[in-house]
Design a binder for this molecule. Structure first.
Ligand code: GLY
Ligand code: MN
Ligand code: MN
Length: 447
């Protein structure tokens, strides 16, 4: 019988190299330095490792204790990897490593060094360049090492009269690269969305009064993993009743009670891309009158916002449309007083809708990429952008300024939208959100 060990991925796609080239093409001159996320130092237990998003996006290399350096050269770019070498004693505990020799070949690196050589080799790479792109202030340990490399370069420069390179944060250039999703990314995104849609549908059809929020979370995790996801993209929010008015409730310890709503914000991650979906449903098969009123205001805002999405439309439109629709909705319900204009002027909706309308979605849940230009003007949507639309209304039960019957209601509806050449595609539309659809599924579920 043949036993197989954990298999390293030796088939690294060409697109990582193309991304590195695009990165250097977007600057005039310079060297990029990206450290890895460190393995949980000092931890007794190993947690599933996740590489730094930009590091992974540019290399496909997922080992800890490493650093990648990308140098703009005259004609193309040079890719240098600092990493750990093979070590049978360490590998016994943590699994096989690529090792320096294999990294060169598998990851198409031009040069490979041991990480312990960083302070010694990096000055040589930086010498003669004017800019170093490095996200300082994120990781004290690597900051120290990169600054030591700069000190070493200063020593080498001696009394030449030359100053050190200018330090720049790579986040803006990277943001521009990452904000437009490429074909291979869209494929992974679609996989994550499909698995997450299955996860939310499993919850809708299986959650019963009396089970805990954590058990709801378990239904989701089970389903996404059965559908090819390695983990959730973030801690799942399963908030029943008034817990839904706490925006980042992740305790998930209460029991689902008939009569309450349950808000689930959860997404599965597939190969570094995650979905980010929220649905709110009645634990029993039916929304109460007030729950339904609020739910329909949020749904109307979400649908109006999504339907306007297409290339050329300013990003800020999303927030404007949702605020307008929800403000009018709350005026119609008698929760807000005065005209639409007066309320929009004072932005009274912020009390009920305190967060933003969404965010770019990609290798990070709140992905990099600017939302406005240098002058502060909202940027226009483009084919290949991927974003969430997630309006919500929340009525804090401890706030006495709300009409009594709405207290404790929290509703959010969130979908993941890809901007396409001729409009948009809702990649998470497979989870029902119409009142009648949800009620029908829920009534079946609690039978
Ligand atoms: N789940 C995090 C968010 O919706 O932004
Ligand atoms: Mn979310
Ligand atoms: Mn979101």
């Amino acid at each position: 019988m043949q036993y197989e060990k954990y298999m390293l991925n030796t088939n690294i796609p060409k697109y990582f190299k193309q991304r590195r080239q695009q990165l250097v093409d977007s600057i005039d001159e310079g060297v990029f330095v990206f450290p890895s996320v460190q393995e949980g130092k000092g931890a007794v237990i190993n947690y599933l490792y996740r590489q730094d998003s930009s590091f992974y996006y540019l290399s496909g290399f997922d080992e800890a204790d490493a650093c990648i350096v990308i140098v703009k050269t005259k004609n193309q770019h040079k890719f240098i990897v600092f990493a750990q070498d093979r070590d049978p004693k360490k590998e016994l505990w943590d699994g096989e490593r690529y090792g320096l020799k294999r990294i060169k070949e598998i990851f198409s690196a031009d040069e490979v060094y041991h990480l312990s050589d960083l302070e010694h080799e990096l000055p040589k790479v930086l010498s003669g360049h004017q800019h170093v792109y490095y996200s300082y202030g994120k990781d004290e340990y690597f900051d120290k090492r990169v600054f030591t490399a700069l000190e070493n370069l200063r020593k080498v420069q001696g009394r030449s009269g030359k100053g050190l390179l200018t330090l720049k944060d790579p986040v803006e250039v990277l943001g521009e690269l990452r904000v437009i999703k490429k074909a291979e990314e869209i494929e992974k995104i679609k996989h994550a969305c499909k698995a997450s849609v299955a996860g939310h549908n499993a919850i809708l059809s299986q959650a019963k009064p009396g089970i805990t929020e954590r058990q709801v979370e378990a239904i989701f995790e089970y389903t996404i993993k059965m559908n090819g996801c390695s983990r959730t993209g973030y801690s799942s929010i399963v908030a029943s009743g008034a817990n839904a008015t706490c925006l980042h409730y992740v305790r998930n310890s209460n029991e689902l009670k008939a009569g309450d709503l349950c808000l689930v914000d959860a997404g599965g991650e597939h190969d570094y891309y995650s979905a980010d979906i929220t649905r709110t449903f009645p634990v029993s098969g039916k929304f109460s009158q007030e729950q339904k009123e609020i739910y329909e205001v949020v749904l109307k805002a979400q649908k109006a916002t999504i339907s306007a999405l297409k290339p050329g439309v300013p990003y800020e439109n999303n927030y404007k449309i949702s605020c307008e629709v929800m403000t009018q909705g709350l005026i119609d319900l008698g929760i807000l007083q005065g005209s639409l204009e007066e309320n929009l002027e004072k932005m009274t909706i912020k009390k009920f809708f305190p967060h933003n309308i969404g965010h770019w979605l990609g290798v990070d849940i709140h992905d990099v990429g600017m939302y406005s230009d240098e002058k502060g003007n909202s940027r226009s949507l483009q084919d290949g952008m991927f974003l969430t639309v997630e309006p919500g209304l929340y009525f804090n039960p401890e706030d006495d300024s709300y009409p009594e019957q709405y207290k404790g209601i929290g509703v959010r509806i969130e979908d993941d939208i890809l901007i396409t050449a001729d409009g948009h595609e809702n990649l998470t539309a497979g989870v029902p959100k119409e009142v009648e659809e949800i009620e029908a599924i829920r009534q079946e579920a609690i039978k």
